[in-house]
Design a protein around this ligand. Structure first.
Ligand SMILES: C[S@@+](CC[C@H](N)C(=O)[O-])C[C@H]1O[C@@H](n2cnc3c(N)ncnc32)[C@H](O)[C@@H]1O
Length: 275
């Protein structure tokens, strides 16, 4: 962890901040990031984001539960059996969707945002493509982000990888900053899911692509796993039904929404949509 540098404010994918929103904080894996005003600010502190919502609000408790759960989980997250069952299949699905999206466009550099990136495994893999000019992982849990930053620092592409501490419902990026946005196994932790989707849509440029993967709860097995098992274990979560998610995606302004089921034993729902 000594390699990990804490720096104030992210590089914001190379762009200035929108709407005066507070910047997400970067847990650095590469060179010093630029601050909001474009100057480098090495050695800054990772600021708390707790002040953003009214203290004690139910959604605060919802988010705090997720944050503390993942802060505790971070050390052994990459070694859990859930990697085989859930996380690796999600990563593969995102890679496939990215390849499909790239096929349909003129080759050009692109920018990726992974919301709820956890320990950064997906972005670490996606960084092998030199056309991915900037890969930003955002997460609410600083300990998960430290895992991501540690991983990023060891990679040849570390200059293009960024770990940003922030909230999925209030993304610290300008409109249209990204071409490809992924969100895997994190969405059920968001108390305001429609708001998060509107944020996803906002930070994607027109023609950009969203891949959103989360537990599929619409069959018996999925219901037992996610609505009973996971809910008992994690409490403050909500897995939306497929139809509900489709409607939320359209409300957020996404088009060409497709959904498919992935996995048998731990069923997941893969949502792909165009911005
Ligand atoms: C199960 S992990 C998934 C990590 C990674 N996407 C994967 O598939 O392996 C869920 C992640 O979502 C993050 N998370 C939960 N609520 C969040 C929020 N409101 N904003 C950003 N990240 C959040 C957690 O901190 C955690 O790292």
């Amino acid at each position: 962890m000594s390699r990990t540098r804490k720096q104030s404010a992210s590089r914001q994918a190379g762009r200035p901040q929108p709407r005066g929103a507070p910047a997400g904080d970067a847990v650095g894996a590469g060179p010093p990031r630029e601050s909001q005003d474009g100057r480098e600010s090495p050695g800054g502190r990772v600021r708390s984001l707790d002040k953003r919502a009214a203290p004690g609000a139910p959604s605060d408790r919802f988010k705090e539960a997720a944050r503390s759960q993942f802060d505790d989980w971070a050390v052994w997250y990459d070694r859990t059996i859930l990697n085989e069952l859930v996380f690796f299949p999600s990563i593969r699905a995102c890679q496939e969707e990215l390849a499909r999206w790239k096929l349909g466009r003129t080759p050009a550099p692109y920018r990726v945002l992974d919301v709820g990136c956890g320990t950064g495994s997906l972005l670490a893999l996606l960084s092998r493509d030199p056309a991915a000019e900037s890969l930003v992982g955002l997460d609410f849990s600083r300990e998960m982000l430290r895992g991501a930053a540690g991983k990023f620092a060891l990679l040849p592409a570390s200059e293009r990888l960024f770990a940003v501490n922030g909230d999925a419902e209030r993304l610290p990026f300008v409109d249209g900053a990204f071409d490809f946005l992924t969100c895997c196994n994190s969405f059920h932790h968001y108390p305001h899911q429609q708001r998060a989707l509107c944020e996803f849509r906002r930070v994607l440029r027109p023609g950009g692509r969203l891949v959103l993967i989360d537990g599929f709860r619409d069959n018996l097995l999925g219901y037992v796993i996610f609505e009973i098992g996971v809910k008992l274990a994690e409490r403050h979560i909500r897995h939306a039904r497929a139809a509900e998610l489709r409607a939320m995606l359209r409300n957020a302004g996404f088009a060409s929404v497709t959904q498919r089921k992935l996995n048998v034993l731990a069923p997941l729902l893969v949502n792909v949509a165009a911005a």
